[in-house]
Design a protein around this ligand. Structure first.
Ligand code: GDP
Ligand code: ZN
Length: 351
């Protein structure tokens, strides 16, 4: 029998089976052989082959090939963590205040969406509040990069129809920092689902792995699947090849061909770097370049850690000096992007 994974908790999976029943399933033999090394074995949106068991439960026999994966790096578990699979749209929910708009968080989500070859929709909720000019400018910038941007308000019900339309008939994963109003949005979009809002959040991966990372909801209209994720403080990225990171920044990937050192260019401080030239010509936003440098640094650290030898001993210093030379300061410098401070945390609000 075929089934769709709705959520995963502590190696038990809620699976909607083709007979219409939802069964709690374990994996036969505990592991999916094709997924060795992953932090969690199955993600919301996975489709599986299963065998129903007597107790009304089921045993998962195999994972069907994934079309794509939206995931992050779990810093505690030191492994890639699939959050959602087989998605058509990544939605990054943000707000202008409480919490403030954080383009560096958006940039990370954008990289993950690019890695999943999924379109990205950036939602600015709480548009009933004042939107700072710099935030509006950044949103225009994202639009210019080809990402969808929707400015709306769950509170005022503004822009909700358009969002519902964007989600219709697709499998979407909703991500955002805690407090941006993701639950409120889901409640006005799909009143029957009754998401809990405004609660004191509980850290979800502090204890044993007994929590749900993502949860798929089926609001009932034709084929719409919405995967909600717990509010996160930051998204750790590790699994990508740092030397290929520019490929995940649409405005940078077309400049790589201009780099004098070609594919070996780190885009940090080389002569004739197409990306650095792009920053200087104003084609690449300095904050996007800053995000690029930070993520690149993070990815390089992971490579260093894996090889337990430092590939490029001066890299940190080179990055720091490139940063101070090229990056004009902006209000978004306060963006919390510090791995030490927020190692793999997420604020948990799903049941
Ligand atoms: P979540 O953590 O992203 O699920 O956020 P919640 O849905 O729990 O909302 C966090 C807070 O933001 C709550 O106090 C909501 O009332 C408030 N909020 C949600 N949507 C809006 C909105 O459109 N405008 C305003 N002003 N506040 C909102
Ligand atoms: Zn370069």
């Amino acid at each position: 029998m075929q089934g769709l994974v709705l959520s995963a908790t502590n190696n038990l999976f809620k699976v909607l089976c083709e007979d219409g029943c939802t069964r709690l399933c374990a994996i036969k033999g505990k592991r999916i052989s094709t997924l060795t090394g992953s932090y969690n074995s199955l993600a919301a949106g996975d489709t599986v082959e299963l065998a129903p068991t007597d107790s009304g439960r089921g045993l998962i026999l195999a994972l069907n090939p994934r079309r794509n994966v939206f995931g992050r790096f779990n810093e505690k578990g030191r492994a890639e963590q699939a959050i959602a699979a087989n998605i058509d749209l990544v939605v990054c929910v943000s707000s202008p205040h409480l919490p403030p708009f954080r383009p560096r968080f958006v940039d990370r989500v954008a990289v993950l969406a690019e890695a999943a070859s999924s379109p990205l929709l950036i939602v600015l909720n709480k548009a009933d509040l004042d939107i700072p000019a710099e935030t509006a400018e950044r949103l225009e910038g994202y639009r210019g990069l080809g990402y969808g941007v929707a400015v709306l308000s769950a509170k005022k019900g503004k822009g909700i129809e358009e969002l519902r339309e964007a989600l219709k008939g697709r499998t979407s994963v909703l991500t955002g920092q805690s407090g941006v109003g993701k639950s409120s949005l889901l409640n006005v979009l799909y009143p029957g689902l009754d998401r809990k809002t405004g609660e004191v959040s509980i850290k979800y991966d502090r204890g044993k792995h007994t929590t749900t990372l993502a949860e798929m909801m089926l609001p009932g209209d034709t084929g719409t699947r919405v995967i909600d994720t717990p509010g996160m403080r930051r998204l750790a990225l590790r699994g990508l090849d740092p030397s290929n990171l520019a490929a995940y920044f649409p405005e940078m990937r077309r400049l790589v061909g201009e780099c004098g050192f070609g594919l070996s260019c780190t885009h940090i401080d080389e002569e004739n770097c197409g990306i650095v030239a792009g920053v200087e010509r104003g084609e690449v936003h300095p904050d996007r370049y800053e995000s690029f440098l930070r993520i690149r640094d993070e990815l390089e650290s992971a490579v260093d850690w894996k090889r337990s030898g430092n590939r490029d001993p001066g890299r940190k210093e080179r990055t720091a000096s490139a940063r101070s030379r090229r990056h004009k300061s902006s209000t978004f410098d306060q963006d919390d992007d510090d791995p030490e401070e927020h190692a793999g945390e997420g604020d948990r609000r799903l049941k």
